[in-house]
Design a protein around this ligand. Structure first.
Ligand SMILES: NC(=O)C[C@H]([NH3+])C(=O)NS(=O)(=O)OC[C@H]1O[C@@H](n2cnc3c(N)ncnc32)[C@H](O)[C@@H]1O
Ligand SMILES: [Mg+2]
Length: 430
């Protein structure tokens, strides 16, 4: 490994220090007998100056450089308030690792082109910032989960049945059998609670969603928790504590990256417990009062959720959905058989659902009845039904879409920008 320093480590008080840097040419301009390079590495940027009268060899080499050429540079640090980061390096040695004559991504590149060359778009400091924020959100989640006593488990991705409806299953041939790509690890987490009680997993989930919206991917990263002995109200408290810690910790560690995307941090700072809670009934009343054509019993889509989020300046819960618009595994509300003990967490500023969660049906006969009601076959869920035969317990859980959380935190206009290589109905390459 090269004995180098990072761009972001250079400070004006290091004036006179000799340093070695490695990175890529982000910007380049020539003024008189000097070449100015903005060097980029994973930490950020710094200005490098090649003066002819300091090293003619390095100056001539720098003149040849193209954008995104890979280089190793040595020079002396100089404080300069005119430089982008208040400091520059006066270079006298350059090793060109690979010169790039023409980098395909230019300033006027379209979004579709950027997605076509996503493998090159990952050079971008803005894309790097998104990935740093995503990584830090998960770092924070792991910190919170560890201190709160949750066990990470590693569920299968090759499965035999639907969790969230058969219409969005990706089917594949599994030797002489049929398998599907997991829509959610939930059912396997429910099995894991009988030994570990509080479990979590981060897995890719797959949905053959044909909906081309700004919040749907066909492959997304799914942070899911499941806990024995918890009811809906308990798991909602877990959700708000976890999301709050993730957001506040990421604000603490990645504020400059976040401010690259949004100046107003109000809603992020407001993400502290208790999050507001409204019932589905109240949500329908609010929407109808705002002129939305929606009747009790109908599902709220992205448009309805966007309007609803205008009422809040923080993430909030909607709980108590009608049974027929929710999944088979959700426990019927003992106080109102039309409803289930389910709650979604919606992000403000138009982003809508980031978490889907519920208390699970823990009664064997009722679960068989729900499976049949949904047109599914109990025999396809024999192992899952067993969980209600041998020491069944009240339990609840939820799934957080990581890309949707990132999209809200950074106010991205589509979840596809929140993942390294987005997968949508029209995009499988690169
Ligand atoms: N363990 C659980 O209880 C999770 C449960 N079985 C589940 O999958 N619920 S969910 O379908 O609402 O999806 C959960 C979240 O997963 C995200 N999600 C769900 N579908 C998508 C798509 N297609 N693209 C991106 N993100 C998606 C979104 O934030 C949802 O709120
Ligand atoms: Mg949902």
């Amino acid at each position: 490994m090269i004995d180098k320093v990072y761009c972001a480590d250079l400070r004006p008080d290091m004036e006179g220090k000799r340093v070695k840097l490695a990175g890529w040419v982000y910007r380049k301009r020539e003024v008189g007998k000097r070449v100015f390079i903005v060097l980029r590495d994973s930490s950020g940027i710094v200005q490098i100056v090649f003066a002819k009268d300091r090293s003619e060899e390095a100056y001539k080499a720098a003149k040849k450089l193209g954008i995104e050429s890979s280089v190793i540079i040595e020079g002396t640090v100089k404080a300069d308030p005119r430089a982008p980061t208040g400091v520059e390096v006066q270079a006298d040695v350059i090793e060109i690792i690979q010169n790039v004559d023409f980098f395909p991504i230019t300033k006027d590149a379209s979004e579709e082109f950027l997605l076509d060359v996503r493998h090159l778009h990952l050079h971008s400091p803005k894309v790097a910032s998104i990935m740093k924020v995503k990584a830090t959100l998960m770092q924070a989640a792991r910190e919170w989960l560890l201190q709160d006593g949750w066990y990470e488990v590693f569920p299968p991705i090759l499965v035999t049945g639907a969790v969230e409806g058969g219409a969005t299953l990706f089917k594949l041939k599994y030797f002489d059998k049929t398998a599907y790509l997991s829509q959610s690890a939930q059912l396997y987490l429910e099995a894991a609670i009988f030994g570990l009680e509080k479990v979590w997993s981060l897995t890719p989930s797959f949905r053959a969603e044909k909906s081309r919206t700004r919040r749907h991917l066909t492959e997304f990263w799914h942070l899911e928790l499941e806990a024995a002995w918890m009811d809906l109200w308990d798991i909602m408290k877990v959700e708000e504590e976890l999301v709050s810690y993730m957001v506040q910790r990421t604000l603490e560690l990645r504020r400059s990256d976040i401010e690259t995307f949004r100046k107003d941090l109000t809603t992020l700072k407001n993400a502290v417990p208790p999050f507001p809670r409204i019932s589905y009934d109240e949500a329908i009343d609010i929407l109808q009062s705002k002129g939305v054509q929606i009747e009790w019993g109908e599902d709220m889509g992205a448009d309805e959720e966007r309007i609803l989020t205008q009422e809040f300046e923080a993430p909030f819960f909607v709980y108590g959905y009608p049974k027929h618009i929710k999944a088979f595994y959700m426990k019927e509300d003992p106080e109102d058989p039309r409803k289930v003990l389910a709650a979604d967490m919606l992000a403000p500023e138009g982003y809508g659902e980031i978490i889907g969660g519920s208390q699970r049906e823990d009664d064997y006969d009722k679960l068989v009845e729900r499976i049949r009601e949904e047109g599914m076959k109990p025999e396809d869920y024999e192992w899952y039904l067993d969980l209600r035969k041998y020491g069944s317990v009240p339990h609840s859980g939820f799934g957080l879409g990581l890309e949707r959380l990132v999209a809200w935190v950074l106010k991205l206009d589509h979840v596809r920008w929140a993942t390294l290589f987005p997968r949508t109905p029209s995009r499988l390459y690169p």
